[in-house]
Design a protein around this ligand. Structure first.
Ligand code: SPQ
Length: 750
């Protein structure tokens, strides 16, 4: 539990007069304590068949009043009162029968049983149908300790409570039960009883069966209990849950029989495959199972704690940047994000083994990596940017067991939409809050024209539900917006489409997909500004080195330009002409930037770049550079704020639909720091001036956060930047790197 989370149990407005807890064990006792702490009811009454339990409940202040007779306790309840049945699963039907006989229909009734199908079945048997007053519920919380003596008011804080209302359930009763759990600090969600039982069978009941079964088998085996003497931490961790209440688990296993059998059968099959691989000495299959499981476990931890993949940053961190400083040194920035994504995608779909160096270990590219692992691709690493991808060929992906979660990454979602549109299986793509707001029709509409079936929300946003088994055909398409993601998505769909896919762009965008396809031996041609690819070819594995990301370098190019005394060299940066707009724009503003040691890696141009301080002047940013500097504008706006005169950007409406509305987020922050910044529908006007101190909000956008951090170099006071955790999506080592160059940046949780 998080420190101080008990403070969540604050006094609350009354929910009703009386709360009756039937069954005063760990669950019931803990809920009673939480309700008393928050003052949710005038009186918390406890019923138990054991007089000793009731006496203990009273003496330890768990309940206000003991009710030894259940019928009498139920009969005194009225509308607004709540009964919570906290008895073992198999005892619930008998209690429900008493409730039916003695409680008024206006009284809210809920329960905490771990299986919901059996509660609904019991209600149907007792009432002849599900009564509107019944709201089945299941708090996912507990401990190996049991009994009222183990009760804790904080037990439910930050835990999930699943409610499984039915069509018959009255919304007023549902709202009351929701309020009860929320005031105990729980996160409440709803699902059908069937879904609940299937999910719990897999995630809770099956692991308990395995733990009980393993300990029993080992304890009863030929080597008997002696072997426990040699059992170490792994055994203890794995079998911890075998210490749980046997009666409760017997009841759960019987009550959730159908779903549990399904989960057991599925697992037995997978265990059989593991056994077969060991028997056949098939190291590849074993490596596949172990790398997938290891990655899935890590992914689970991340989701569990709702924190970024990289441990470096606490959840929702704030940066504090002290004013002043200069950038002097010789550094490398991490691998290019766009190229890292594409290396996983094409490496996975290639035939053979692809080795990647310089892969960006940021959350976005790791989300792509996880997605392909979820589809059965064996990927070793990343180990300091090195990956070994065991390609499965264009037809080798497997259906993932659940939705593919892509975090904050628009590139992952849009490119995967194209790659998966022609696969034989259904798949759903989901993302975080920011990604769930981003427009997807730009890819789903042309993909539909190719024969794909992809559902979005009504607003055209994620999740994307992609229907499998659709035969795709190539199209001739003129992209209405300059977007490398749309172009790449359609080229990827074209790989599995019949005939040719022919695309034109309103302005050239980053061409990493085209270059990499050719690197993997896939033919592609250009004709009069069109990019043309025929479906049905093959990708052949190759080795790749990912260049340094110019979008990450941009913060240092701006920082070096605005901070007097700066002299910084950036090594091995990708200088693909479709990405180097930032260099041209800064030079047009008067920056002193030298590009040297030009060479190529994996079909991509790279170079070393030296930047020295130089006074900047405001400019009108040329239209033709907008697409080639699209991700660098947050950093460039800081350069504009430090320049003499006005800088004007037009034709950049795309900035409004990135991880945040980057025009608004940057304008708001700049204004807070004392700069005159006027957002326009497709750009911004920024008047150079003096950057002051203040608190700005990154709006969860990594590039906005890093741009304001760099602004500290020229600020007159401290800049505090909120919501910076997403820096880990593209540049996890940013705080450490800027610190190593002398910038005073500290990070704290919000
Ligand atoms: O992946 P995501 O979240 O869309 O990332 C961004 C970024 O700032 O890191 C955009 F917000 O980069 C895009 C970029 O803006 C990456 C990208 C690519 O790899 O193809 C293309 C650009 O997007 P678009 O919409 O112009 O195609």
């Amino acid at each position: 539990m998080a420190a101080g989370s008990g403070a969540l149990l604050q006094p609350r407005p009354r929910l009703g007069e009386r709360l009756l807890i039937v069954g005063l064990g760990l669950m019931g006792g803990s809920l009673a304590l939480a309700a008393r702490r928050t003052g949710l009811f005038a009186q918390v009454i406890g019923h138990s068949r054991s007089a000793a339990t009731l006496a203990q409940g009273l003496s330890e202040g768990v309940i206000d009043r003991a009710a030894p007779e259940l019928p009498a306790a139920l009969a005194e309840l009225a509308a607004g009162d709540v009964v919570v049945i906290c008895v073992p699963t198999l005892s619930l039907p008998a209690v429900l029968a008493v409730v039916r006989e003695h409680a008024e229909p206006e009284v809210t009734v809920t329960d905490v049983a771990s299986v919901k199908g059996s509660v609904v079945a019991a209600a149907r048997a007792v009432y002849g149908g599900v009564p509107p007053q019944l709201v089945p519920g299941h708090p996912i919380a507990g401990s190996e300790k049991s009994g009222v003596g183990a009760a804790r008011a904080e037990l439910f804080i930050h835990h999930e409570v699943i409610l499984t209302p039915l069509a018959e359930t009255d919304p007023g009763h549902l709202a009351r039960v929701r309020g009860l759990w929320e005031s105990a600090g729980a996160r409440v969600s709803e699902m059908t009883p069937q879904d609940h039982d299937a999910v719990l069978a897999a995630t809770s009941h099956l692991p308990h069966m395995l733990a009980f079964g393993l300990v029993d088998a080992l304890a009863g085996g030929a080597q008997n209990r002696e072997i426990f003497r040699y059992a170490a931490g792994g055994f203890r961790d794995f079998t911890r849950i075998a210490g749980s209440d046997p009666v409760m688990w017997r009841d759960i296993a019987l009550a959730n029989r159908e779903a549990l059998l399904k989960a057991l059968d599925y697992f037995t099959g997978r265990l059989g495959a593991l056994r077969a691989a060991i028997a056949a000495q098939d190291g590849d299959v074993l490596a596949g199972i172990f790398t997938r499981a290891q990655a899935a476990r890590r992914h689970f931890e991340v989701m569990q704690e709702s924190k970024p993949y990289m441990n470096a940053a606490p959840r929702r961190s704030t940066y504090r940047v002290a004013p002043g400083g200069r950038l002097v040194g010789d550094i490398r920035v991490p691998g290019d994000k766009s190229i890292s994504h594409r290396s996983i995608m094409l490496g996975s779909l290639a035939e053979g083994v692809t080795r990647v160096l310089g892969f960006l270990e940021g959350e976005d590219s790791l989300a792509t990596l996880q997605a392909f692992r979820d589809m059965g691709v064996v990927i070793e690493g990343p180990d300091h940017g090195a990956l070994v991808i065991h390609g499965v060929g264009l037809n080798g992906l497997k259906r993932p067991v659940g939705p593919l979660y892509l975090g904050n990454s628009g590139t992952s979602m849009r490119l995967l939409a194209g790659l998966l549109a022609g696969q034989p299986f259904d798949v759903t793509l989901t993302g975080d809050e920011s990604l769930s707001r981003r427009p997807m029709r730009r890819v789903t509409e042309p993909l539909a024209a190719m024969g794909a079936a992809i559902a979005t929300t009504e607003a055209g946003t994620p999740p994307l539900r992609i229907e499998g088994g659709r035969a795709l055909h190539g199209i001739r398409y003129d992209l209405p917006i300059a977007s490398a993601q749309v172009k790449s998505c359609l080229l990827f769909a074209g790989l599995r489409a019949a005939g040719e896919t022919s695309l034109s762009e309103p302005a050239p965008t980053r061409d990493h997909t085209e270059r990499m396809l050719q690197g993997f031996g896939y033919p592609l041609r250009r004709e009069g500004g069109r990019i043309i690819l025929a479906g049905g070819g093959r990708l052949t594995a190759c080795d790749l080195r990912v260049p340094g990301d110019i979008s990450s370098a941009a913060f240092f190019l701006v920082g070096g330009s605005i901070a007097p005394g700066s002299d910084l060299v950036l090594r091995g940066v990708g200088v693909n002409p479709t990405r180097d707009g930032v260099i041209h724009i800064l030079r047009a503003m008067g920056a002193d930037i030298e590009v040297f040691n030009r060479t190529e890696t994996g079909g991509e141009p790279i170079a070393d770049i030296r930047v020295r301080y130089a006074p900047l002047r405001g400019i009108e940013i040329p239209d033709h550079l907008v697409a080639n500097a699209i991700d660098e504008f947050p950093a460039l706006f800081i350069a504009a704020a430090c320049a003499q005169g006005e800088t004007v950007l037009r034709g950049a409406e795309e900035l409004r639909v990135k991880e945040s509305d980057r025009i608004q987020a940057m304008a708001d922050g700049l204004i807070r720091l004392g700069i005159v910044a006027v957002p326009t529908p497709d750009g911004i006007r920024i008047q150079g001036g003096t950057l002051g101190s203040g608190i700005v909000d990154s709006c969860g956008d990594h590039r906005v956060a890093m741009a304001f951090a760099i602004a500290g170099l020229r600020a007159t006071g401290e800049i505090r930047i909120r919501d910076c955790s997403n820096v880990a999506t593209s540049f996890p080592s940013f705080p450490a790197l800027v610190r190593s160059l002398g910038l005073t940046l500290t990070e704290s949780g919000e």
